[in-house]
Design a protein around this ligand. Sequence first.
Ligand code: ZN
Length: 404
Amino acid sequence: MSTTETQTRTHVGHAHGHGHGHHHHDNTYLVSKNKNDAGVRITRIGLFVNLGMAIGKGAGGYFFHSQALVADAVHSLTDLVSDIMTLATVSWSLKPPSERFPSGYGKVESLGSLGVSGILLGGGVMMGWAALIALAQHIFPEAMEIAAQWGLMPHSHHHHGVGEMGPSIHAAWLAGGSILIKEWLYRATLKVANERKSSVLASNAYHHRVDSLTAFVALLMIAGSNVLTNASWMDPVGGLVISLMVIQAGLGNTKAALYELADVGVEEEMRQNVQQAATKALADFNSSSASDVQVRHVQGIKSGQNYLMDIELGAPASWTIEQTRGVESLVRERVGAKVRGVKKVRVRFVANTSDQPDFMDEFIQAKDGSSLSPEPEVDQDHQEHDHNHSHGSKDAEKSAKKRR
Ligand SMILES: [Zn+2]
């Protein structure tokens, strides 16, 4: 159930003036090798707790016949899978770019998070369906019996009588225990977060709090099923509610991962942070050299944990390449140092007086009508040339490899 959680995280992040990814938590502490660090330790404890909870609640939900507990176990499982997926893809994401992948490997992480949210979505739908069938068997036992005979519905072992269909009260212990553990994790993580003033750890802490909330839904429904008369329908309702939360999270995360894979522009907050850092660097430069260089436009995309940013600067038209080169390095260095997550800064210069639309002129303009034909019109000579050219570059690549 990460959407609600992610939203909490994102909100917390925003409150602290930090924009993190929409769909998965910041993993600085999960992947760090420094085991003596309190932040790393509490993050790892969280991972093992998720593992224990997925197993404990899954087995408990199965043996004690609780839909709510099984649904919450699936939730813990998806939390665990996303932790593990993070560990698996994040080292790729941070690898330096290569000749084959000039923009780096960040999108490997985006693909990973698409996989995780797909699992989340699939798990949620399966749990929801199971809870819905269980609920239908409570409400229309006769109809479900007939449906089962006709082979329309799975023949459940639950349909003998309303009395024995409810979850065992033992399931409530597991749900209660998981509330306590998650509540403890929330407090322990928040304590470290406050000591460090870390918004990353703070949002991880709030995730644990939301996890304890879904366990609370499970506990309430299991207890209700046991304590109230004729209330065994409450447990599958709890399962349904938790499933819907998981599905909602899965949908949100899938959407975010797809957007990232489609190179959607970065969030406004990130854009402004980069703009501010660049403007400040230029203000220092302008005042010390009496120049007039301005930030004209900032854009960028997200690639895993990496932000790849483009900055357009306006400089006097008479400037030499050497002058622009110096300012380019200055801006890149400052933005890289001030804005966390920025991995690449591409700077381009235009004349101060230029009124070109920002960056849009980089796209090849379609001539009248020619945009309709997918193939560029090339004459034979030209094709020959292209052919040779690509051969040439391949040979160059080979010899470059030999030289290494
Ligand atoms: Zn969770």
